[in-house]
Design a protein around this ligand. Structure first.
Ligand code: AVJ
Length: 359
C-alpha cells in the first residue's frame, strides 16, 4: 500500500518529505521509512576526529552488533540504569499515565524517541491506553521486528514505526493516526546524557516542536553518584562495555576504510566531576598513525579517542535545562536509591493571541 503524503496535514514548511512512502503489507504495525541520511556519516566522523580531544558521534555505536552489545550492558550487575528504570516504570506506570493524560481532553498519541527494542513502554501503553503509539528509531532493522512484537502484545493500540533520526526531522510526518490529537513524548534511558548540555537543551526544544503546544514529555534522567560506582557501571568486569566501545573501531574499519588496530588501544571510563559526566574513551597505547576516510590520523601514547560521554544531571540541574527549552515540571518519580528519575514535563498551551495568529 502506498500512502500519498500530500493532503491537508502535509507540513507547510521546509522538510522535503519523500513524495510517498512505502507501508509494508503487515497485519499490524505500519512502518514508515524516512531514509535517514547516512551520507554525512563520513563528514561527522572526520569532524569529530579533528576535535581535541578526538571524539566520535555516539549514535555511531549502534550498528547491529553495537545494539546487541548495549542490550548485554543492561544485563551486567554494575549497570543498574536499565533495570531500575524498567522496574520504576512497571511499578508506577499507573500514576505516570494518569499525570500524563490528565486534562488533555482526549486520548493522546504516545511518541517514543529512539525507541530501540521497545521493551520499556509496555506498562505505559496498558495504563495510558493512547489513541496510537509512534516509535521513532534510526535503525529500520531493529524497529520493524520490535514494532511487530509490540503490536502483537497490544493488539488494541495502533502501532506506527517511523525510521528516522529524531534529532533531525522538522515535524512528524503527516499521518491519519497523528491527526488532531494531543501528543505526549516518552524518552527513557537517559540518552539525553549522550549530548553535551547545549545540544541537550536544543534537543529538548526540538521535542517541544515535534510534540506541539500543550504537549507532555516523560523523560528518564540518570543522576550523579559515587565516582567508583559510575566508573564500574561503564567498565564492567565482564568487559561488555569495553567490547561496545571497541566495536566502533571495527565499524570504522569496515565502513570508512580504516585500519585501526584494536590491540593498540585500551578502554577507559572516567568520571569527570567538573562536567558531571562519564567520559568513555579508547586510549592509544603508543604513538601511532591510523588511516581512515582517506586521511591519516596521528595518536600519541596516552591520547584518548572519546567514544561517548554520559552526562549525569541532578533533578535541579535537569529541570533548569528543561526550563530553558520551555518545559515546566509536572512531577518526578525516582527509584528507591534516588539514582535516576523519570521527569514529567509540560509545554504551555498556545496563548489566545498565539492561537489566533496560527488560525
Ligand atoms: C544509551 C545513554 C543509556 O550513557 O548510560 C551505556 C549508553 N554506553 N554504557 C548510557 C552506554 C555505555 C547509555 N545510554
Amino acid at each position: 500500500m502506498i500512502v500519498p503524503l500530500e493532503g491537508p496535514t502535509a507540513p507547510a514548511q521546509s522538510t522535503e518529505w519523500p513524495v510517498q512512502f512505502e507501508v509494508p503489507q503487515l497485519d499490524g504495525p505500519e512502518l514508515v521509512d524516512l531514509l535517514p541520511a547516512m551520507a554525512d556519516m563520513e563528514r561527522l566522523v572526520i569532524e569529530g576526529l579533528s576535535r581535541h580531544p578526538r571524539q566520535l558521534p555516539a549514535w555511531f555505536l549502534y550498528d547491529a552488533e553495537g545494539s546487541q552489545l548495549f542490550e548485554r550492558i543492561g544485563e551486567q550487575p554494575e549497570y543498574s540504569l536499565t533495570r531500575n528504570e524498567t522496574k520504576l516504570l512497571a511499578e508506577r506506570a499507573g500514576e505516570m499515565a494518569q499525570a500524563l493524560g490528565q486534562g488533555l481532553g482526549q486520548q493522546p498519541v504516545l511518541v517514543e524517541f529512539g525507541a530501540g527494542n521497545l521493551r520499556k513502554v509496555g506498562p505505559l501503553l496498558e495504563t495510558l491506553r493512547p489513541a496510537a503509539y509512534v516509535a521513532l528509531d534510526i535503525s529500520a532493522d531493529h524497529l520493524a521486528p520490535a514494532c511487530r512484537a509490540l503490536q502483537e502484545r497490544h493488539p488494541a493500540i495502533p502501532v506506527l514505526g517511523i525510521c528516522c533520526d529524531y534529532a533531525n526531522i522538522d515535524q512528524l510526518p503527516p499521518h491519519p493516526l497523528l491527526e488532531g490529537r494531543p501528543r505526549v513524548g516518552f524518552y527513557p534511558g537517559s540518552s539525553l546524557g549522550n549530548f553535551d548540555p547545549t545540544e541537550a537543551r536544543g534537543l529538548l526544544a526540538h521535542f517541544a516542536q515535534l510534540l506541539g503546544p500543550g504537549s507532555r514529555l516523560l523523560i528518564g534522567i540518570d543522576q550523579p553518584r559515587e565516582a567508583a560506582r559510575l566508573e564500574a557501571a561503564y567498565d564492567d568486569a565482564a568487559g561488555v562495555s569495553a567490547a561496545f566501545a571497541f566495536n566502533l573501531l571495527h565499524r570504522l574499519n569496515r565502513e570508512l576504510a580504516g585500519n585501526f588496530d584494536p590491540a593498540a588501544f585500551r578502554y577507559q571510563a572516567h568520571w569527570e566531576a567538573a562536567a558531571s559526566r562519564i567520559a568513555m574513551a579508547l586510549v592509544s597505547r603508543r604513538d601511532q598513525m591510523v588511516d581512515l576516510a582517506g586521511q591519516r590520523w596521528s595518536f600519541r601514547a596516552g591520547e584518548p579517542l572519546i567514544t561517548e560521554y554520559s552526562v549525569k544531571y541532578t533533578p535541579e540541574a535537569f529541570l533548569a535545562l528543561a526550563a530553558e527549552a520551555g518545559w515546566c515540571s509536572l512531577g518526578r518519580w525516582s527509584d528507591a536509591a534516588d539514582e535516576l528519575s523519570l521527569h514529567l514535563l509540560a509545554q504551555p498551551e498556545l496563548s489566545r493571541s498565539q492561537a489566533d495568529l496560527r488560525a
